[in-house]
Write a protein that binds this ligand. Structure first.
Ligand code: PAF
Length: 282
């Protein structure tokens, strides 16, 4: 697996592939790859002639009190996993390569970002939109792959691509879970054994919400109250949010009368985990 660290090297390699008319897929990641990322890479390998995986812990999307420093990093492990999945190139820039001195241009969004994670992480989506735009400009992929675990991120990126006429297709891929239901996440590595058990409250609370919806419950506040009540029974859990929003606007709704997203962020100890489901997938 070839790992390159500069924009110039990625551009040279992609230009080489383009000469023979090959299509290119991009899987943007922050590394410490797991089966969730593997499923994105495999989808890209399936759809494109060549696949680039970017591994970059983007400082711009972390708030001051967040886990930028402790975010797990292991490029050798990442390179092995990406290679096994069929990726062709890893782009692993240093922060200075992405944000040179005097960097001062940003991509931001005034819709979709006010609720859910955008509310608890005010600078997050500006950082995501800026870095994703840069990655799209560097790699110029035909398709880019994002997981549905970050459902709001997926909606924001799709909206940005549409607003700014970016010439690529965004592909959303299903959440990958551990056998017991916990959504795969690089942040799961922060959990100790007790926290790992406690972390099941997220997927179990969502399963409870999904059952209520399947049973015909239409009141969002009733569904949310039951999910919160369940989570609050777990002493290691502290709710950031549990919400049901319109899929298109990410705004909260009262009644389940349109495609919706049930999403939550819950601290397990110091670790903030997210999970969700789309009512359309039930
Ligand atoms: O989902 C992530 O890992 C990141 O937000 C992304 C899309 C790679 C941008 O840094």
């Amino acid at each position: 697996m070839k790992i390159v660290k500069t924009v110039a090297e990625v551009r040279a390699q992609v230009a080489e592939w383009r000469k023979t008319g090959m299509s290119v897929g991009l899987v943007p990641t922050m590394g410490y790859l797991h089966e969730g990322h593997a499923s994105l890479i495999k989808a890209s390998v399936r759809d494109n002639d060549k696949t680039v995986v970017s591994v970059f812990v983007n400082p711009m999307q972390f708030g001051p009190a967040e886990d930028l420093e402790s975010y797990p990093r292991d490029i050798n492990r990442d390179s092995l996993l990406a290679g096994e999945c069929g990726a062709d190139l890893i782009f692993n820039p240093e922060p200075e390569e992405m944000y040179h001195e005097g960097f001062s241009s940003f991509v931001d969004m005034s819709v979709l970002t006010q609720e859910l994670c955008g509310l608890s992480r005010p600078v997050h989506f500006r950082g995501v939109c800026t870095v994703v735009t840069k990655l799209f400009n560097i790699v110029k992929p035909d398709r880019a792959y994002f997981g549905k675990k970050d459902a709001q991120q997926l909606a924001v990126v799709r909206h940005m691509v549409d607003d700014l006429n970016m010439d690529l297709t965004i592909v959303g891929c299903p959440i990958i879970r551990e056998d017991d239901g916990l959504a795969k996440s690089s942040r799961n590595t922060y959990l100790n054994a007790d926290e790992r058990k406690a972390a099941l409250v997220l997927s179990k609370a969502l399963a409870l919400g999904a059952d209520l919806i399947r049973g015909g419950e239409k009141s969002c506040s009733a569904i949310i109250a039951k999910m919160k009540e369940f989570i609050e029974k777990e002493p290691l859990a502290r709710i950031d949010y549990v919400k049901i929003v319109d899929c298109a606007t990410m705004q909260q709704i009262d009644t389940l009368d349109r495609p919706a997203l049930a999403a939550m962020a819950v601290y397990i100890g110091k670790t903030r985990l997210i999970d969700n489901f789309f009512t359309e997938d039930l």
